[in-house]
Design a binder for this molecule. Structure first.
Ligand code: PEP
Ligand code: MG
Length: 304
């Protein structure tokens, strides 16, 4: 009983019968709270680019990435390349304005216009990774197609980055999770944007919170599709949106077969406890019950 209690309050995420689910932190810098995290599942690199008139230089980036990697010796750190646009505007990249920024040239799409920005960032990540000793992986935001995923992996390989994946934040990518997984090393589902694009509801619009609810059946179906693609290809599938921080939903995600959950580190203890209180079979049953429900409220109630 003592061991079970210890594992519920610290250490790696796992169900009561030992099925592992890595509990990782979402961070923006080395100053962010990391206690209790097994690694970093989403390192948002936008911070360095905000309030600037041009992109940060190579040396500045190497220094910033090295500080984060040093905080996680031997642990996993997933760096997300620049995710600019829409809710993360950057004046030097978007001077023209766009009629629909959330559907515009944002995330990885910025590299079509400014390939040098991505190249410098990947070189800086590779340089920092080779010196710092963390287990570094890189992923691109806002990927819609297999071709974009393959192109990103090729750029990562050219920069000397061994582990390259993509975020699944666009329904097209979730629907094509299997062929995307065939060309990348892993995927990580960003449920904040995936909800926004699946329900066509602006994530910044509080009035539409009910549509943005990650328990929406359409979102659960897409998550299940991603998890299945992971099982079929033998490649890791993570979740790094806010949904991962909901302990009851974390149980469902574990039951779907999601390998890692990344969230604000402060949310990790409650998620760890929820997983440790259930067997993997109970998580699978919770996932099946949630998928069978007709609406978000029903899915929540079915898991209890
Ligand atoms: C997401 O979209 O779920 C995500 C993790 O990225 P961000 O919230 O930074 O867009
Ligand atoms: Mg996103």
């Amino acid at each position: 009983a003592r061991r079970a209690r210890l594992s519920a309050t610290s250490g790696p995420g796992r169900t009561s019968d030992g099925h592992p689910v890595a509990l990782l932190a979402n961070v923006g810098s080395a100053e962010d709270h990391l206690d209790g995290a097994e690694g970093i599942g989403l390192f948002r690199t936008e911070l360095r680019y905000l309030d600037r008139t041009e992109a940060p230089g190579f040396d500045e980036q190497v220094e910033a990435y090295t500080r984060v990697f040093r905080a996680m010796p031997g642990r996993k750190v997933v760096v997300r390349t620049l995710d600019a646009g829409a809710d993360k505007p950057l004046p030097f990249l978007f001077a023209d304005g766009e009629p629909n920024p959330a559907l515009g040239v944002r995330g990885l799409r910025v590299a079509r216009r400014h390939p040098e920005i991505l190249r410098v960032q990947l070189d800086a990540i590779a340089t920092a990774a080779s010196a710092a000793g963390a287990d570094v992986a890189v992923m691109a935001p806002m990927v819609a197609t297999v071709a974009e995923a393959a192109g990103f992996v090729a750029r990562c390989r050219a920069a000397g980055i061994a582990k390259a994946g993509v975020m699944v934040e666009i329904p097209a990518a979730a629907l094509r999770a299997r062929p995307i997984l065939e060309v990348v090393d892993f995927i990580s589902v960003g449920t904040n944007d995936l909800s926004q694009y699946t329900l066509a509801a602006d994530r910044q619009c509080a009035e539409l919170a009910e549509l943005l609810d990650p328990w929406q059946p359409a979102l659960l179906d897409l998550l299940a599709m991603c998890a299945r693609a992971g099982a079929e290809t033998g490649k890791p599938v993570g979740v790094c949106g806010e949904a991962a921080a909901d302990p009851a939903l974390a149980v469902v995600l574990a039951g779907l077969g999601i390998d890692s959950l990344s969230m604000s580190a402060r949310a990790i203890p409650a998620v760890r406890e929820a997983l440790a209180a259930r067997t993997f079979a109970e998580c699978r049953a919770a996932a099946a019950a949630a998928l069978a429900a007709g609406d978000a409220e029903g899915a929540r109630a079915a898991v209890g």
